[in-house]
Design a protein around this ligand. Structure first.
Ligand code: PA5
Ligand code: NI
Length: 186
């Protein structure tokens, strides 16, 4: 169903969009196989299964030629020393995407299967993901990190790609903030 031209209002205090589309909540249990320390992940799931991030969407549908948007908010936290993050995905059709930092401090980790890039995201930063670069977001601060995503409606989300190939680097909590280390399984 196409939508008419419109404006969409983001209420940051309430964490809502109006008009709004689907909302997604990802708990720790939804992030299986992604943290380096599997035992710490299992313990966090058993220990209340916290909400790690949520995604609110505009009503623009995810279909070809449309340009949907969403706002992701990642809570601050670590599991086994690894900073809380999104699952991360590749776009099956290798379409590009942009993010705009809204609040808090984050990192945008990108991986094309060979090379890795890390972009620090603060309010006002536009992060660009070229075609073919898988992407994951990380909260590197001590308050929630929120960003706007704008992406082609036909982009899709391939989560299996990240489970298979990893993201090149991992973001750990270090003495002076974030410490990026090589991606090591399990
Ligand atoms: O379109 C995007 O890349 C974002 O809106 C992400 O989907 C969002 O940040 C959640 O991440 P993921 O889809 O990897 O769980
Ligand atoms: Ni994407």
């Amino acid at each position: 169903v196409p939508v008419p031209p419109m404006s969409i209002r983001f209420d940051q205090a309430a964490g809502t969009l109006s008009p709004e589309g689907p909302t997604l909540t990802r708990r720790m249990s939804d992030l299986e196989g992604l943290f380096r320390d599997h035992e710490a992940w299992e313990k966090a799931v058993a220990d209340g299964d916290p909400v790690v991030y949520s995604v609110i969407s505009s009503p623009v549908p995810e279909i070809d030629r449309e340009l949907p948007q969403s706002i992701t908010t990642i809570q601050p936290g670590t599991t086994g020393g690894e900073l809380w993050m999104t699952k991360g995905h590749q776009h099956p059709n290798h379409q590009g995407e942009i993010y705009l930092g809204i609040s808090g401090r984050g990192g945008l980790l990108m991986f094309d299967g060979t090379e890795t890039r890390w972009v620090e995201m603060t309010p006002g930063t536009i992060g660009y993901m070229p075609p073919g670069w898988a992407h994951r977001s990380v909260n590197i601060g001590d308050e929630p990190y929120s960003f706007l995503a704008v992406y082609p409606g036909g982009a899709g989300h391939d989560y299996g790609w990240v489970l298979e190939h990893g993201m090149g680097l991992r973001a750990l909590s270090g003495a002076d903030g974030v410490e990026l280390v090589d991606y090591v399984e399990g």
